[in-house]
Design a protein around this ligand. Structure first.
Ligand code: IVH
Length: 695
């Protein structure tokens, strides 16, 4: 071995650095195994940390040499083959839900009925916040923490003892505890810890977590407990499993005892009526956004433990407790800035940069403002406090301004990416960059569109990869994709397989996927250009009209305007956008370079002589021998139009299995109906599809 290990990073040659990284990867893996798998560490924690720090330092000095199996990327080091299973001493139940006051009243009435209490008898209820995290069960024997488990399916969980040991809120030893004690509660991440973690994730080039709950889950279920330890997780106790001696006869009493034993317990209140419960819920809902962690409702629990026992559980949830959820969350936050995003066709979209705020468990830091008018109408300004809402997976919305900002927002008069003058045409709501092809932002967006699913759809070449290739100067125009290997060799010192995030297999797969796409249908090619107003439908109309690449190219000149307008479905806007695109010299060059790389397939000739030419068809029911998409394509190739609904204008309905209302309507209207077999005959489908024996 060289003495590289003794040298400071700055003194290492690339060869020495490479050897050093190999040594560190090996040693760290060895000590991981010794510690986590064999429970027999051979070095101190401090020495282990030094190895990891040395590895990070060498990587920082030689980022190109970072190993694919770098210890610094290890999420869940292959320490064990997974987690051992743990059967819970008592099932870990879930909770039923209440959504409104009536549900709360029903919950109480149900208890009165079940216990046959006199009507109106007061029932003490403990109301406590419902934390949005993951539940865990902690087992103590003679006061020593011996095992911790996830909830799992409620019966059997996973042994995450080593991970739970890293959480500061979880005591390792308890004085004066019952001989057997199983404390249950929630593991979660505070907003502060979450923000810090995501900052680190992004700095390390890793994806951010969507919300604190996911971050907590991802941090806890780590085979490498060192990762759990590096995340600031919290724990609150709210229930228990097996316990050899109950310290109290009430729920609140046990919470107090757990607190004495060293557990954190949430503030809670005793309520004696539905009105008090609902008032507590309302108060907490109002206080929610100011809490340091996410809560998604209130849990009500019958305080008396003898009553809890009698009430028991129905299927998976106890009769003595219920979760009262909060309504879809809104939150107030500050507009820190308004940015303008440049789209593929130069559209300028304003986006509010918000001071990050958790809304319904998700951190929201931006929201689209759509266009200039939207901003004016709501008077959204930088420095304004706004009310934002998030419903389900919907993009966050700015509902209204709560406190105005100082200066009205002026929509920029130039493109923020390239500086070209922005234009807003009469009758349009959007401003656009006038820079056209010289605008870098537009070119990246156009490339992203070029490889998207309905365009070239190249496997392994998504938005992320395209941006990276563009940034590296490797892919500037579509044709560059088809010369990727040479371009990479020209522009970068390293072959793709040595780029960060790539390996031998993924690089080979990408090149193969690109080769496969040299053969492309004319309509896909036209759509892929990303010309404004030329979506998939119009691309198909054009391809069908011109059929071959040669015809299409020849037609893309100003003289073709009339011809274009004669195509059913192509209007002036589309014709103008097309001709504008193709008469622009640079575009023409981009196009010529591209088609040289491709083998463009002719559009299947629409058979005007066919019986189906000009007819309107409707497919309904389930087709057995062909997909809907294939049937539609065949029909269109034969000159038919395919519609989704049956009317007097329908010429024919092709009814597959289990056809319903459309078939009925066709019969009522006297429209011709054929079945799938007749359809296949009609289009001259191959014998294999017709179910005949091959001859
Ligand atoms: S009591 C048998 N109390 O909510 C009662 N659960 O929807 C067991 N949770 O699995 C649960 N805060 O992960 C209880 N104060 C609280 C809670 C709470 C959060 C979670 C817990 C449970 C889920 C049920």
């Amino acid at each position: 071995m060289t003495d590289a290990a003794a040298l400071p990073v700055s003194a290492l040659s690339p060869e020495q650095a490479k050897a050093e990284l190999a040594r560190l990867a090996f040693e760290i893996a060895f000590h991981n195994k010794a510690y986590y798998q064999n429970d027999k560490p051979e070095i101190s924690d401090a020495e282990y940390d030094q190895l990891r720090q040395r590895n990070s330092a060498v990587e920082a000095g030689f980022p190109d040499l970072k190993r694919a199996d770098s210890p610094s990327d290890k999420i869940g080091a292959p320490v064990t083959d997974g987690f051992a299973k743990v059967r819970h001493s008592r099932p870990m139940l879930s909770l039923g839900n209440a959504f409104d006051a009536a549900d709360v009243t029903d919950f109480l009435a149900g208890i009165v009925r079940f216990l046959k209490l006199p009507e109106g008898a007061p029932i003490a209820i403990v109301a406590e916040p419902k934390i949005d995290g993951l539940s865990a069960a902690l087992r103590y024997e003679n006061g020593i923490f011996v095992q911790g488990a996830t909830r799992g399916d409620g019966e059997v969980g996973e042994d995450i003892t080593v991970n739970l040991r890293t959480i500061a809120d979880i005591p390792q030893n308890i004085a004066a505890a019952p001989e057997i004690l199983e404390v249950r509660g929630e593991v979660f991440m505070s907003h502060a810890a979450f923000a810090e973690l995501n900052r680190q994730q992004l700095a390390a080039g890793r994806p951010a977590y969507a919300n604190p709950r996911n971050a907590a889950a991802g941090s806890l279920r780590q085979l490498d407990a060192a990762i759990t330890a590096s995340r600031r997780l919290s724990f609150r106790a709210y229930a228990w499993g097996q316990i050899s001696a109950l310290p109290s006869t009430t729920h609140a009493g046990v919470l107090a005892a757990m607190n004495d034993w060293g557990f954190q317990v949430q503030a809670h209140e005793i309520c004696v009526s539905a009105a008090e419960m609902i008032a507590y819920h309302a108060r907490m809902e109002a206080a929610r956004s100011a809490l340091p962690y996410d809560i998604d409702g209130i849990v009500y629990k019958v305080d008396r433990l003898d009553w809890q026992d009698r009430l028991g559980a129905a299927s998976r949830s106890p009769r003595w407790a219920i979760a009262h959820k909060f309504a879809a969350e809104q939150a107030q936050t500050l507009v820190e800035g308004i940015d303008i995003q440049v789209g593929r066709t130069g559209k300028l979209t304003p986006v509010a940069r918000l001071r990050p705020v958790t809304v319904g468990g998700v951190v929201v830091s931006n929201a689209t403002l759509h266009n200039e008018d939207y901003i004016k109408e709501k008077d959204i300004r930088v420095g304004a406090t706004v009310l934002v809402q998030r419903a389900g997976d919907v993009i966050p919305q700015v509902l209204r301004v709560v406190a105005p900002g100082p200066i009205p927002f002026e929509f920029p008069i130039s493109c923020p990416a390239c500086g070209a003058l922005a234009v807003r045409d009469e009758g349009e709501v959007d401003w656009r960059c006038g820079g056209g092809l010289t605008c870098e932002a537009q070119s990246v967006e156009r490339l992203r569109h070029f490889v998207s699913r309905n365009a070239f759809d190249i496997e392994g070449l998504g938005e992320k990869q395209i941006s990276a290739f563009h940034d590296a100067g490797v892919v500037e125009a579509p044709a560059d994709i088809f010369r990727l290997r040479e371009r990479i060799e020209d522009k970068s010192r390293q072959p793709l397989r040595e780029w960060e995030g790539w390996g031998e297999t993924s690089a080979d797969n990408l090149f193969a996927a690109i080769e496969e796409r040299r053969v492309i249908a004319l309509d896909r090619l036209i759509f892929a250009l990303g010309i404004r107003h030329v979506g998939q439908g119009n691309a198909r109309l054009l391809a069908r009209r011109y059929e071959t690449l040669e015809n299409f190219q020849a037609a893309m000149s100003p003289e073709a305007n009339e011809e274009l307008l004669a195509i059913d479905g192509i209007g002036e806007t589309v014709a103008k956008a097309l001709l504008d695109f193709f008469t622009e010299e640079h575009n023409r060059a981009v196009w010529d370079a591209l088609v040289k790389e491709l083998n463009v397939q002719d559009m299947a000739r629409a058979d005007t002589a066919s019986e189906l030419a000009g007819q309107t068809l409707v497919f309904t029911g389930t087709l057995e021998q062909t997909s809907r998409a294939e049937a539609k394509a065949r029909a269109e190739a034969l000159g038919a139009k395919v519609s989704g609904s049956v009317s007097a204008k329908t010429d024919m309905v092709i009814a597959g299995a289990a056809a319903g209302s459309k078939l009925k309507k066709a019969r009522e209207l006297g429209v011709k109906v054929i079945d799938e077999a007749e359809w296949l005959m009609l289009i001259g489908a191959p014998a294999s599809q017709l179910g005949e024996e091959p001859s």
